[in-house]
Design a protein around this ligand. Structure first.
Ligand code: PXL
Length: 278
């Protein structure tokens, strides 16, 4: 199997099973060398009640990148998630071309909103900056709320296929190449993911069961599992399915523990994910 070197740029939430504490183990399980550029260190993610600590690493980011550049370090892929502020998005946009090995692929999860709302701490300026990163990426993984913020469409809890088709068309028109739109459900008991390739106009909907309990951190688990599978050489359609099946298993693992609201128990499902990648 291909041994790829991927750079992932996101925060470290020390507690909360999101961002780097999810991406690192999942990408490693997929068999890739995983380099990290932490955007911030938080005691716990921002969905915890007030009082979380936030160590902003913005200043370190260009220094870290400059060191890598001097060392001639380069990557097969870059995957960005939660970034602490608009300046960090700008730093990511200005990563040197020398970081890109031949065949380099960039994956961007806008990781800024869910359930119709921006995450704590983000504003319109951040959204505008994130648009630049999103529309320069090879593959983007927004949820519907993020799709609305990126396109200016109104957020709806219930919608039909025309609403999703319009969102995909607008994202492509604004520059998106491959879109993996998560959390798309047309029926009460199911949800799914739509993959749309702007170059070939092909699209695919993978529908799977919807587990009533909303769990935090599933977007990060999904994106990490998707990136891991793509870098193993799976097609975007197969990677979308493998990642969706993995997230369902992770949520099922978490259901029995009512106190585990802040993330999903993804670790026990890693062997199944590895098996699916074979
Ligand atoms: O899962 C997205 C995420 C990542 N990192 C931090 C967050 C969130 C979502 O709330 O707060 C710090």
């Amino acid at each position: 199997m291909a041994y790829k070197r991927v750079l992932t740029i996101q925060d470290i939430s020390c507690v909360g099973q999101c961002s780097l504490t999810v991406a690192l183990p999942i990408l490693s399980a997929a068999g890739h060398e995983t380099c990290v550029l932490p955007s911030a260190v938080l005691s716990a993610h921002t969905a915890f009640a007030q009082g979380f600590t936030f160590r902003d690493l913005t200043e370190d980011m260009p220094k870290i990148a400059a060191h890598w550049q001097r060392e001639g370090i380069a990557f097969d892929a870059m995957y960005t998630g939660y970034l602490g502020n608009a300046q960090q998005v700008d730093y990511v946009l200005r990563m040197p071309d020398s970081f890109r090995r031949p065949g380099f692929v960039s994956f961007v999860d806008p990781a800024m909103a869910d359930n119709g709302r921006l995450y704590t701490g983000f504003d319109e300026t951040y959204v505008e900056e994130m648009k630049k990163l999103v529309f320069s990426a090879d593959v983007i993984l927004p949820n519907i709320t993020e799709g609305c913020l990126l396109t200016g469409m109104p957020y709806r809890e219930r919608y039909g296929e025309p609403y999703i088709r319009q969102m995909l068309a607008r994202l492509h028109a604004q520059g998106a190449r491959i879109i993996v739109l998560t959390g798309v459900g047309y029926k009460e008991n199911s949800t799914g993911v739509v993959v749309s390739d702007g170059l070939t106009n092909a699209s695919y909907y993978y529908e799977h069961k919807r587990i009533a309990r909303g769990c935090h951190g599933t977007g990060d688990v999904y994106a990490s599992a998707f990136v891991g599978a793509c870098l193993c050489g799976k097609s975007i359609w197969t990677a979308a399915r493998i990642a969706a099946d993995f997230v369902v298993r992770c949520i099922e693992n978490t259901l029995a523990d009512a106190h585990h609201w802040y993330g999903v128990r993804f670790e026990p499902a890693l062997p199944e994910y590895i098996e699916a990648l074979r």
